[in-house]
Ligand binder design. Structure first.
Ligand code: HEM
Length: 296
């Protein structure tokens, strides 16, 4: 793995295109999972932001709190240390970028590089951790649960049903690892190519319950008729088809890839901005740099 030379010889502060290039250069990882760091980078971006709570204005990507045990050690974040390690050489090469900007920028860059939509992204997050904004553990969704839990978690972030289904389409990417989550396997055949295949498989396949031997976790399985590979769905994925309101959008996105890309792009951009306030010029105003807390 030649990560140290990714993207040339460093860059001027504010040259986010250079950072994007370094991220693209490290995506190919022949010895890791399905050959790409992309999926786990997308999950890092999502988990860094998905702790947000509208009501208390706590959590979110600002601060990159996952560097510390309180958040990084949340069992929901197991495996994301791989994503953070992939990005260390990029941080060394572009030391001016904050981790919180780097993690979110890497996510949107990976989505695009894997054939997904362009997601608009704005810089300005800081790595300044405000202890009063630290999210408690348990804010991220539990895959063993159903529609009511999914709604409770995503409504707390400020999303609605259509956005929830659109965001869930990220499960076109990557896989589950029994050692991380108890769940095992991939959702689609080509998990490093962003598409609406996840929605089509949710509807076209017959999903039967299966217990993961290593963990005892209950998930759903189906054998792909063409490749004869076993594919999987989480209980929360299946809930998108059994809940009538969610199912409407699953059908919509299964039929219309362009609409899915458009909705996903908007929802993911919103996710990356949760808890970030900006002035008219787009500068982040709630960096809390003058208040208590600690710097990395
Ligand atoms: C992987 C749960 C929503 C992106 C996973 C894994 C679980 C999970 C259990 C496997 C982790 C592992 O074992 O390594 C859930 C639940 C969700 C949800 C319960 C909501 C109800 C999302 C959203 C996104 C996302 C909104 C992004 C927009 C991903 C990606 C992976 C993944 C890309 C693959 C990671 C890899 O390959 O290492 N998710 N997820 N998920 N999730 Fe989700």
């Amino acid at each position: 793995v030649n990560q140290s030379q990714a993207g040339g010889q460093g860059s001027k502060p504010g040259d986010f295109e250079a950072v994007r290039k370094s991220v693209i250069d490290l995506l190919k990882q022949p010895d890791y999972d399905d050959g790409s760091a992309g999926p786990v980078l997308v999950r890092l971006a999502w988990h860094s932001a998905g702790t947000y709570d509208v009501e208390t204005d706590t959590g979110g990507s600002n601060g990159a709190g996952m560097r510390y045990e309180a958040e990084g050690g949340d069992p929901a974040n197991a495996g994301l240390q791989n994503a953070r390690l992939f990005l260390e050489p990029v941080k060394r090469q572009h030391p001016w970028i904050t981790y919180s900007d780097l993690w979110t920028l890497a996510g949107v860059t990976a989505i695009r590089a894997m054939g997904g939509p362009e997601v608009s992204w704005r810089p300005g997050r800081t790595d300044y951790v405000d202890d009063s904004k630290l999210p408690p553990r348990g804010r991220l969704p539990d895959a063993a649960q159903g529609a009511a839990h999914i709604r409770a978690v995503f409504y707390r972030m400020g999303f609605g049903d259509r956005e929830i289904v659109a965001l869930s389409g990220a499960h076109n990417l990557g896989r589950c690892h029994a050692g991380n989550s108890g769940f095992e396997g991939k959702w689609v055949n080509n998990p490093t190519r962003f598409s609406n295949q996840y929605f089509r498989l949710l509807l076209s396949e017959e999903w039967t319950e299966k217990t993961v031997p290593e963990s005892g976790a209950l998930q759903f399985a189906s054998v792909d008729p063409v490749t004869e590979e076993e594919l999987m769905m989480l209980p929360t994925d299946i809930a998108l088809t059994t809940d009538p309101e969610f199912a409407k959008y699953v059908r919509m996105y299964a039929e219309d890839k362009a609409l899915f890309f458009e909705d996903f792009s908007r929802a993911f951009a919103k996710l990356m901005e949760l808890g970030i306030r900006r002035d008219a010029e787009g500068r982040v105003t709630n960096t809390d740099n003058e208040k208590g807390g600690y710097r990395s």
